[in-house]
Design a protein around this ligand. Structure first.
Ligand code: SF4
Length: 502
């Protein structure tokens, strides 16, 4: 079935809260993602499931991992792992049986084992306190903390040779390509490089054993989370075969063709996969697992039964205005690596522009752009501000629409909401009024991230970006004048771009 054969539906007939059988669901957000704020997927799913009366335990294993990596407990464990590896390598060396790879590994493991792990762990623990407290604002101390994180990751990497595990940017490399299914399956079983196996044993399986959920949902939004997410799924299935494991998220949606051609994923790694937006699809899947619907009726779902794999042709896209407020209760809001809590918020689904030829963001959505009225956006922000005592927001929209940008800024000022915020935005002809930029700054806009991509208009037109250089310059100048920090993203090598244009 190609995506062209999918049909959009308006939803399934609801089951009343009283009639609905209740389940216990555990939601997991796997690494690797940034350690600075919770990701919105779990709170969005949690809100819909809790509203329906289910018990939800949400676990951000990503921040759990960073916290664990930079802890005395884990680093001493790494030292013990290094010690075991060193012993085996030295025995082989004595026997004259070292392979070239083992010789290289020995050269990494030996000095790492000599390192004073107590000193490193003390510094790593203190680095966490630095990024979580007022010392964050001292540039020298912050740089020192980040360097300690990098040094610690190099130490951890040595115990997973030849894997390269890094702090920032998220470019850890286990030596397997996440886009090649054969390599993915090999990686899941590789005890030498796959650090996520140990993380699962240390952080995930004890939680599953304690909570005994009926269903576990793993949200895999980016390619960087794929190997960790699938490793968790596989090890959970092996230890708890009675728990239904479902995966979902943007990258799972993009990989749907690969999934349906590899039944092994559904026999060895997870039970089902949810494509596109998952809030109601997950709710209906749980109802189906409780015998209150047919699995074949659940939109966005790929599942397996005795007859084989099925991808249901119906797709449901969320009605953004009737979704409940994201529910962050149970997220470890004091553990992120920032001195002030930052809450992500989404006023739109999809990108209103949706035309840039290089961009694949739209593949994660079936229906393109949907937005919410500005007043509802501001009401929800105020609710989140008050509920979580939070003054910092990350508007994680793909690209903030200019009309909403203006209206939300106006309402934030009029209603004296008192927050600081940042978002991603496109260069726009309609944003060439200094008063509008001043209003955004007054509304708390601190930093804007722009996909500039290229400073050459011919290349921008090739990309279907259609931004004029004069508009780019004016947008940036006006934002800077109003006190907003500008961050532009660009790349070179677009097909058709000449050396001079780059
Ligand atoms: S504006 Fe950004 S999100 Fe939208 S299509 Fe272009 S690159 Fe993609």
């Amino acid at each position: 079935m190609s995506t062209a054969e999918l049909v959009q539906i308006d939803g399934l007939a609801p089951i009343t809260k009283e009639d609905r059988k209740k389940s216990k669901i555990m939601l997991l957000f796997p690494p690797e993602w940034v350690p600075t704020a919770p990701y919105l997927a779990l709170p969005s799913l949690t809100a819909v499931l809790r509203e329906a009366g289910h018990t939800v335990i949400q676990r951000d294993i990503n921040i759990g991992m960073w916290d664990h990596f930079f802890s005395m407990e884990f680093l001493i464990w790494v030292k013990a792992r290094l010690g075991m590896q060193l012993k085996g390598l030295q025995e082989n060396e004595k026997a004259g049986a070292l392979t070239e790879r083992e010789m290289n590994q020995l050269a990494v493991v030996e000095p790492a084992y000599e390192l004073d792990v107590f000193d490193l762990a003390d510094r790593a623990e203190d680095a966490k306190q630095i990024v979580r407290g007022d010392r964050f604002y001292n540039a020298e101390l912050l740089e020192g903390a980040l360097n300690t994180f990098r040094e610690t990751m190099a130490y951890i990497s040595s115990a997973y040779y030849p894997a390269s595990l890094v702090f920032y940017p998220m470019e850890s490399n286990l030596g397997y390509r996440p886009g090649v299914s054969k390599e993915v399956f090999a990686c899941l079983g590789d005890e030498q490089v796959n650090v996520y196996r140990d993380l699962c044993n240390q952080l995930v399986l004890p939680e599953v054993s304690k909570e005994q959920p009926d269903v576990i949902g793993i949200s895999i939004g980016t390619q960087m989370q794929l190997l960790a997410g699938l490793t968790f799924a596989k090890l959970i299935k092996e230890s708890f075969p009675g728990i239904h494991v479902v995966v979902g998220g943007n990258i799972i949606t993009r990989l749907q063709e690969d999934l349906v051609h590899h039944e092994r994923f559904f026999t060895e790694v997870f039970d089902s996969a949810i494509l596109y937006e998952g809030e109601h699809a997950l709710l209906w899947l749980i109802e189906a697992l409780n015998g209150q619907r047919l699995l074949a009726s659940v939109p966005n779902l790929i599942y397996r039964d005795a007859a084989g794999l099925h991808r249901n042709p119906e797709v449901y896209t969320e009605k953004t205005q009737s979704l409940p407020l994201p529910d962050f209760d149970g997220m470890p809001l004091d553990r992120y690596f920032v001195p002030e809590l930052i809450i992500p918020y989404l006023a739109t689904r999809g990108c209103y522009w949706g035309r840039c030829t290089f961009c694949d963001h739209g593949q994660g959505y079936f229906d393109q752009y949907r937005g919410m009225p500005a007043q509802l956006v501001v009401d929800q922000i105020k609710s989140l501000r008050d509920k979580y005592q939070c003054r910092h927001f990350l508007f994680s929209d793909e690209s903030y629409p200019p009309a909403l940008f203006k209206k939300v800024s106006q309402l934030l000022v009029d209603q004296d909401v008192g927050i600081k915020w940042t978002t991603l935005i496109r260069f726009e002809e309609t944003l060439q009024d200094q008063a509008m930029w001043d209003l955004a700054a007054k509304a708390g806009c601190c930093t804007l991230y722009y996909g500039m991509e290229s400073a050459n208009e011919r290349v921008l037109n090739l990309m279907d970006k259609h931004a004029k250089k004069s508009v780019i310059q004016r947008n940036l100048q006006m934002a800077a004048k109003s006190g907003i920090w500008n961050h532009v993203m660009a790349f070179y090598g677009f097909p058709g771009e000449t050396f001079e244009e780059a």
